[in-house]
Write a new protein. Structure first.
Length: 266
């Protein structure tokens, strides 16, 4: 049975009950196989009604993109906080998954490792980043771009989350990645937000601590910022689908502030 609050749509219109101001909110993927990627006409229609395209981080800003690349390369000490036994386990898991030699493991960026394993699990060579594809459309339509947080913000978040213990927790579940990504593609196609969010934030691949840092805390921060963006203009906001549903999801947090949040079907 479908949750009536989250019908089959990844696009929502957010409207203030006291004014005619609005925003569009899109639940998206950070990476997806090109064959599974599509931008529906309703998304283009919504973009045409907006003046700014917001992402988690402004991927339309070259300075932010450079800062992201630099910060990812500096997240390297995977063994910190691990026991000798755990460190040996992590080295073995990384070697088996990537072929990286033991002497070079310390040079592996946690984010680069996650991305590599994710791409392998997706089972395709041609990868699309939906937010970047939407940036090109936004520029073509004359929209400016912005971010709900900065690359530096994300770096500090990554420092908290991508510890040796968290990497060990995630990599132990790597055998299940491929099946999960097949289901993610199906949920994305059908715009089944509840199922998509559950798959993306599966506790098998994310600890309770990581979920709190990566999802819940950021939801609350963004839900406070979005009303200010609506006051200033007509924003189109694309964030990971896992941030939208649930009691601490952005949709319910905006509703609690008096906003109407309704699915868009066309």
């Amino acid at each position: 049975m479908k949750n009536p609050r989250y019908p089959n749509s990844l696009l929502f219109k957010v409207t203030s009950l006291n004014s005619t101001r609005y925003a569009y909110l899109l639940g998206t993927m950070h990476m997806i196989c090109a064959k599974d990627f599509h931008i529906k006409p309703k998304i283009i229609n919504a973009l045409r009604k907006c003046d700014t395209y917001y992402m988690e981080v402004d991927l339309g800003n070259s300075d932010e993109m450079n800062a992201m690349a630099e910060s990812q390369a500096s997240l390297r000490d995977l063994s910190e906080g691990l026991t000798a036994k755990e460190s040996a386990q992590l080295q073995t898991v990384i070697q088996n998954a990537t072929g990286v030699s033991a002497e070079n493991i310390e040079e592996v960026s946690p984010l680069a490792l996650i991305n590599k394993l994710t791409m392998e699990a997706m089972g395709c060579d041609d990868i699309k980043v939906p937010e970047i594809e939407l940036v090109q459309i936004a520029f073509h339509l004359g929209l400016t771009t912005g971010g709900l947080e900065t690359a530096l913000d994300q770096f500090h978040i990554a420092q908290k989350v991508f510890t040796g213990k968290e990497m060990l927790h995630q990599l132990k579940g790597i055998k299940g990645y491929k099946g999960v990504f097949q289901n993610i593609a199906m949920a994305y196609h059908s715009e089944n937000l509840a199922k998509l969010a559950a798959l993306i934030t599966d506790k098998q691949f994310m600890s309770k601590r990581a979920y709190q840092t990566l999802v819940t805390s950021r939801n609350r921060k963004w839900a406070k910022r979005i009303p200010r963006l609506i006051e200033k203009g007509k924003p189109f906001i694309a964030i990971g689908a896992g941030h939208l549903p649930g009691d601490t999801g952005v949709i319910d947090l905006l509703r609690l502030q008096g906003f109407s949040v309704n699915p868009v079907y066309r």
